[in-house]
Design a protein around this ligand. Structure first.
Ligand code: VGL
Ligand code: ZN
Length: 211
């Protein structure tokens, strides 16, 4: 019998392409790895999301004549920031970071696999149509609270935490365990404000209780 009020650690997109030197490098992104490794032993359930795009994904600037990364387009009715090609299925850039303690990860949820829609959240695509199964997976295991860290604060971390809160999980953001892309200066701070406004509880890794 599963016991009640489980908690889960949610590791967002800790992948090579988001690390310094990667295709979509998040400044100081590798700083999240030791924070993740320190928290993993405190959780029975550790879940990772993985950005996992087919080649030619429509979020890539390379697929739009004359467009550069960072530009914004309308993609099938949704506002889309264009990105460099990144986290392409089968490439080393799409792999979880080697230094991450992946042995302790219970399940990995890929996202962004539909070429026509981006997926910042680990729960749903940006059109809120396709469900990755993460929400049900957590609920089936009686998870009531989730602790979120990873990259990037202003994209996948933000939308994963917002959806977690919306789905009714008590959602904590581990602030020292996230880093932002910051296309515009201050995007990461604004993302944290938006999460707070939606009821996400902002905390730090040293405040995460054991077991
Ligand atoms: C991400 C932009 C594009 C992220 C993924 O992991 O935050 N950002 N794809
Ligand atoms: Zn992506």
């Amino acid at each position: 019998m599963p016991s009640h009020a489980q908690r889960a650690l949610l590791l967002v997109d800790i992948q090579n392409d988001f690390m310094p030197g990667g295709a979509l490098a998040v400044p100081d992104g590798d700083a999240v790895v030791p924070v993740a490794n320190a928290l993993i032993p405190k959780f029975d359930l550790v879940v990772a999301t993985r950005d996992f795009h087919p080649p030619g994904h429509e979020s890539f600037a390379s697929q739009h004549e004359g467009k550069a990364p960072g530009e914004i387009i309308d993609l099938h009715g949704l506002e889309q920031v264009l990105w460099p090609d990144h986290c392409v299925q089968g490439t080393p850039g799409s792999e979880l970071v080697d230094a991450l303690d992946t042995d302790a990860i219970t399940a990995v949820f890929p996202k962004g696999t539909d070429p026509s829609v981006d997926s910042y959240s680990g729960f749903f695509d940006n059109g809120q149509r396709h469900d990755t199964g993460l929400g049900d997976w957590l609920k089936e295991r009686d998870v009531e609270s989730v602790w979120v860290l990873g990259v990037a604060t202003d994209y996948c971390v933000k939308f994963t935490a917002l959806d977690a809160a919306k789905l009714g999980f008590r959602t904590f953001l581990v602030e020292d365990g996230v880093r932002g892309v910051n296309l515009q200066e201050g995007d990461d701070a604004r993302a944290i404000e938006a999460m707070k406004a939606a009821g996400v509880l902002v905390t730090t890794s040293d405040a995460v209780p054991a077991g």
